[in-house]
Write a protein of this length. Sequence first.
Length: 356
Amino acid sequence: MSLVRTMTAHHPTRGPGRTLQISRILLTASLLSPILLSQTSEASPYDQTAWKAKYARPASIPFPDDNKFTKERELLGRTLFFDPRLSASKTTSCATCHNPGFSWGDGLPKAIGDGLKQLNRKTPTILNVAWADLLFWDGRAESLEEQALKPIAAADEMNLPLDRLVATVAAKQYRNLFEQAYPRQPITAELVARALATFERTVVSGAAPFDEWIAGRESAISPSAKRGFDLFNTKAECQKCHSGWNFTDNGFHDTGVTGPDKGRGIELPLEAMQYAFKTPTLRNSTRRDPYMHNGTEATLKDVIELYDLGGREKRPSLAPEIVPLHLTDQEKRDLLAFLATLTSVDKPVEMPVLPR
């Protein structure tokens, strides 16, 4: 199954025909408005059981057909991931920023790159990225295989040109690992990327108290957390962006975070994408403070305040989902209690022995 999906923008043609089409759409909408309002007012009541079913965990990890999982590929990818020799300084590995002890982030407001330079954005977690379509905060990579090499080659991150990357791994005792993982294939940068992507797809959050609750154990979470779950799906409308088992729509939204970074708007110059950033997973989010793409929200309580305000910055690109919520103090506490139930106790990562 291919995980690579692309996002394109459709630009309609202009002219008299287009104007007539818009007029017809507007007329149809005006005629349907009373019907739609009637249907909305008669909407079905909230069904907690039905909502719980929407968050059930998947049975398996998806891997693309051209890079299927094998234990040899996972070992090779894990070894490369923790090897600091994949950087120009020989001191920075992928795991330096994506540390399993910080829920596969680094615990900093913004990442630190080559030469200890602070970068412009917070390190995003790689937790559950097997289910992601577009990678990075701005979605500039369409697959994990494409994403894997960008930080290595980026001058302000690991700063290792790809030709030097290949020479580095070819000169070490990596040859046996590559041969076992990808038999009879020459060592290339693309093969390094495939191995890294295989390992990253195995980085999956474990079962959390929330998962036990939706599986039927009512005592797994508190009454406050259950109220928080109901709020999450109703008044707070968190599920509009944080949907599915991984609590993300994998989309991009301007959520009213302060700062000049235009995010997805740099890659896709549409007004709705200005200041828009990828929706992060909420799994294990209690371990990833500070929050947002630039670390401007120190705690999850601050994040809830941001959304309760309807965003701190009111820009034309502000996502339509971001509106004042008017939550009570108790409702905010209930949401925090619910978010805590999404944190799992995961199996420690086995550190690889690096080839000499």
